[in-house]
Design a protein around this ligand. Structure first.
Ligand SMILES: *Cc1c(COP(=O)(O)O)cnc(C)c1O
Length: 366
């Protein structure tokens, strides 16, 4: 609290990011869903050929080189792509552009009860009413829970975080069909990690109210560059540009635009990293199940696992942390019996499994 802050800042409940280790500290970092592999070699080439003198000039507002690269890969028009400073910024602009403020309407934004923890932060900060829709059996989302519920918008991460469960395109269509007057945000931060991945981008010709949000942070190994994007109808993209230009017209810098474009163009390297992560995910899921964990089938680059009977998730999190292995533990009731474990390299996950095995046998022996 401070007398110099306004009411809104005094009352804000900011997002709490996963812990970042100090420079030089050796840890196995499985707590923020970063990619364990380096970005595409094309990113280094783009960096080496970057002309520092160009930094004298403001960047292109629309990040044209980058959005054209995205449009080409996704089979959409560049006018259907909007780039921002990480998808967190894109999502923040979406909430401000498409959802109603409390003063104008009583209608809430619908989000899954357990989902990306930035959504409730945005809702509070932008004074938007919210309604949390409970998850079903096995942490799944039932699309019918999002139909017939009055709302001013819907935001769903697909695959969902931290649950790692995915909706099918049919499920998403049911939600879109049931809510033609609301914008439906499908946050696809992890979509490429699904085994037979189906992006909602293919639904765009049918649904002007669909806004797909993506990030360069996870599957492209560029969390440090801060580039995210939305793919939607031109009508929605136009709205996002109005919001952007009322706040910061240059959300992505020249270097970020160039490097992100080079990463998007390297589709084969992208595939290769994703395949490796999927293989390692399968190994980790099987190993944890063998140790008695409840581990729903993951469609993401992390798993959301519940330790076997007699082992407390928080204690396991702390014990692993003492041994230099960081995973994510949420104190939130309803999911405080699980750990979210990002998929690292095979070597990292083998070491992780060894440490967990020791913890399990220690707990059983005591
Ligand atoms: C990681 C993540 C993001 C944020 O990505 P940035 O582009 O790094 O801001 C958005 N949504 C979900 C569900 C995420 O897990």
């Amino acid at each position: 609290m401070s007398k110099y802050w306004n009411r809104k800042i005094n009352e804000a409940e900011p997002y709490v990011a996963g812990e970042q280790p100090k420079p030089g500290q050796r840890v196995i970092k499985l707590n923020t869903n970063e990619n364990p592999y380096p970005p595409s070699p094309r990113v280094r080439e783009a960096l080496e050929s970057f002309d520092i003198d160009d930094l004298r000039l403001y960047p292109d507002t629309n990040a044209t080189e980058f959005i054209e690269a995205v449009a080409k890969v996704e089979g959409v028009k560049a006018s259907q792509v909007f780039a921002g400073n990480g998808s967190d910024e894109v999502l923040a602009l979406c909430f401000q552009t498409f959802f109603e403020k409390e003063s104008n309407t009583d209608l809430p934004v619908l989000t899954p009860e357990f989902s990306y923890s930035f959504y409730p932060v945005f809702e509070k900060f932008y004074d938007i009413r919210s309604k949390k829709i409970p998850l079903r059996e096995g942490l799944s989302i039932d699309p019918s829970d999002y139909v017939g519920v009055p709302n001013c918008g819907i935001a769903i991460a697909n695959p969902n975080a931290p649950t790692s469960r995915a909706l099918t395109l049919k499920d998403i269509e049911r939600i879109l069909d049931g809510n033609p007057d609301s914008v439906v945000i499908i946050d696809e931060a992890y979509v490429e990690f699904e085994d037979n991945y189906e992006t909602a981008v293919s639904l765009l010709p049918k649904y002007p109210n669909l806004c797909v949000v993506r990030t360069m942070s996870k599957s492209y190994s560029l969390a440090g560059l801060r580039v995210g994007y939305a793919i939607a109808s031109e009508e929605l993209i136009e709205g996002l540009k109005r919001a952007r230009d009322s706040f910061n017209s240059y959300p992505t810098d020249r270097l970020a635009q160039k490097l992100a474009a080079s990463a998007v163009s390297d589709t084969s390297y992208h595939r290769e990293c994703i395949d490796r992560i999927r293989t390692t995910r399968r190994y980790t899921e099987e190993a944890l199940r063998e140790l008695g964990f409840d581990c729903p089938e993951s469609s993401a680059n992390f798993i959301f696992a519940k330790p076997p009977y007699g082992i407390d998730a928080e204690t396991l999190y702390k014990n692993l942390r003492m041994q230099g292995i960081l995973v994510r533990y949420f104190k939130t009731e309803g999911i405080n019996d699980r750990l979210r474990i990002s998929i690292g390299t095979m070597e990292e996950m083998m070491e992780f499994v060894d440490r967990v095995r020791e913890e399990v046998s220690n707990a059983k022996g005591s």
